[in-house]
Design a protein. Sequence first.
Length: 273
Amino acid sequence: MKLPLVDYHVHTARCGHATGAMERYVEHAIEAGLTELGFSDHLFMYWLPSDRRDPELGMAEWEHDFYIEDVERCRARYAADVAIRLSTEADFIPGHERELEAILRRYDWDYVIGSVHFLDDWGFDDARYLAGFERWDIDALYARYFDVVGCSAESGLFDTIGHADLVKKFGHRPARDQSEAYARLASRCAKAGVCVEVNTAGLRKPVGEIYPHPALLRACRAAGVPVTLGSDAHAPAEVAADLAAAVHLLHAAGYEKYVQYARRNRTAVRLPA
């Protein structure tokens, strides 16, 4: 099915855990009928010394200029078929905001995705470190995670908050009702003026559910938080994956529009029926 939508969360092989040439991602986007494709590969692990950065989790610092050149090359080559946006997915690490801001200022992004993949030095969404969940009360873990996500929204560094409830990735669910936590996070995002991403990658993970949870998405809608769309593709065939399901979820939450980006400016666009 052709999808006249955007996919704003797409990685490249430079991050160390994605596969395929960038051209194949673009061509799959064109085949899917997308109007815009946003490359948003992982920023290098800026908060760690160079000898402690994991090459499987992000670009090397020296790769950034080449990444930008690759995106611009694809933009020019496929200009007649799809609009290509330049982005990055940057980890929010409390205490390193100024350092990240200095890095982000180097480039003319169309938008920047802020994500929380780490709590302290624990990469909780990495299957290699699943044992870390055993050290947490899951309710306390959710509370800590959502607080850090709220801080990321309030940092002023990001346009979009990526997979806002990523902590559920491996199926760990809190016992406590999350309604208040969802409302609090949605309020923080609304006050900060950031978008929240509807990310379909959760359907391909053990949790088997889109990010964010439908109740969190409804809370975002009630708070007036705008939304974007992304597949979190790490292979060409994942581009535009399950975006129709994302649109259905958005309509169910009461959304009628989503956001498109250019040079960090937003335009609201009506969702397809």
